[in-house]
Design a protein around this ligand. Structure first.
Ligand code: URA
Length: 222
């Protein structure tokens, strides 16, 4: 069937369903090239690692959890590793800790779609055990590449593993949180992990203080 006939048939069907006018925009709305370039680069990276076998977690994972959100995000959250729900769904922070993170993001007057969310490890450690140093060493190049592509203005490291991995330090999270670090030209601020907050709700006010610092930076044009 030639394409003219296809279009004609389409229009006749539309007419039969009561559509009498089709408005064609003069110009297709442009896709910002920066966004599409970053999306393309992230998609290519995801594709490269979709069947990753670089460590033993490949044998126990259900799904690899690459990361999710806006490729052009100014703010990026980095967590530890996928848990039970993330492993099932292939998306970061969708379990109980994820629901709290969503509330935090919304309290900042942002949406999850505005930010980018990733983890140090892309696959779930069995029984949610802590990541092994070797696993972090093997997996973190993917995270570094994600950051390089997204080029966020601010990185919020959620919890000890994200903060210590990115800052190459063993300082405890209680001492790291709430301070901005210069991480290769990006402002990096560690805070407590949402899973920790579920166990220690009294510390939510400290995290809220940290989020307010981020909001002030974003407002100032970061
Ligand atoms: N905890 C994390 O660190 N990351 C997730 O994606 C979920 C829970």
């Amino acid at each position: 069937m030639n394409s003219r006939k296809t279009v004609q048939q389409f229009l006749e069907t539309e007419k039969a369903f009561g559509l009498h006018e089709i408005s064609v925009p003069k110009q297709a709305s442009p896709i910002p090239s920066v966004f599409s370039d970053k999306k393309t680069a992230l998609d290519a990276l995801r594709e490269e690692f979709k069947n990753c076998q670089l460590c033993a977690l490949a044998q126990t994972r259900t799904r690899l959890v690459f990361g999710d959100g806006n490729p052009g995000a100014r703010l990026m959250f980095v967590g530890e590793a996928p848990g039970f729900d993330e492993d099932k769904q292939g998306l970061p922070f969708v379990g109980a800790a994820g629901q709290l993170l969503t509330k935090i993001i919304e309290a900042m007057k942002l949406k999850r779609e505005d930010v980018y969310i990733a983890n140090c490890l892309k696959c779930r450690p069995p029984q949610n055990r802590n990541p092994f140093p070797e696993e972090i060493k093997t997996c973190s190049p993917i995270l570094l590449k994600q950051i390089q592509i997204i080029q966020p203005k601010i990185i919020c490291a959620l919890g000890k593993f994200a903060a210590q991995t990115l800052l190459s330090t063993e300082e405890p999270i209680s001492r790291l949180r709430g301070r901005f670090f210069n991480w290769n030209g990006v402002k990096l601020i560690p805070t407590f992990h949402p899973a920790y907050l579920l166990r220690n709700p009294g510390d939510k006010k400290l995290v809220w203080e940290d989020m307010q610092k981020i909001m002030a930076e974003l407002k100032a044009g970061a």
